[in-house]
Design a protein around this ligand. Structure first.
Ligand SMILES: [Zn+2]
Length: 172
């Protein structure tokens, strides 16, 4: 029996439908969070600015929210744009993780990427939990940066870019 015929008879080529059914779908915002409402950027920043020094919750569109976190202060003081890719946080969502009791606000871009605070010098390298050591990054860049310092991250990114670029150049 020829090898190809054998393969066909053993149905090795036939995709297993169960495997495809169980394959994980891309997670959407709604899979992770309960979203209650959307708040325009300027309104959200106004609330953060007004209530940044108080521990109490204040109602935003009727939902009690805390505004004194270092994360929200980072957006207020360091801006709502990702320092690496330039993605812009354009609106807040009143959201909570499925398992949480209380709501908080998250900053999101128009292409549904959440904005995060990032330690410029990572905590693992002695970086402090202080506003001076914070910058705004989108979730994608934050994950890519991992526990590297900003300097290490940009250096490794440049290197990768140069390799990709020179490969493209060779192929063209
Ligand atoms: Zn980014």
């Amino acid at each position: 029996m020829e090898a190809t015929q054998e393969l066909q008879e053993n149905k090795i080529y036939k995709p297993n439908p169960k495997k495809y059914a169980n394959r994980k779908k891309k997670k959407t915002i709604e899979d992770t969070y309960d979203i209650k409402d959307t708040v325009p950027l300027e309104i959200g920043l106004g609330f953060i600015n007004t209530f940044k020094s108080t521990k109490e919750r204040f109602p935003l569109k009727g939902t009690p929210i805390k505004f004194n976190s270092l994360r929200l202060r980072t957006f207020l003081e360091k801006g709502c744009t990702c320092k690496v890719c330039g993605r812009k946080g354009t609106h807040f969502k009143i959201q909570k993780n499925k398992t949480d009791r209380q709501y908080h606000i998250g900053l999101w871009s128009d292409d549904d990427v959440q904005m995060t605070k990032d330690h410029i010098i990572p905590k693992s390298a002695g970086g402090k939990d202080a506003i001076d050591n914070m910058q705004t990054l989108c979730m994608k860049c934050n994950v890519a940066k991992g526990s590297q310092s900003m300097e290490e991250f940009l250096k490794s990114r440049d290197k990768r870019w140069k390799i990709t670029h020179s490969l493209k150049h060779l192929n063209s």
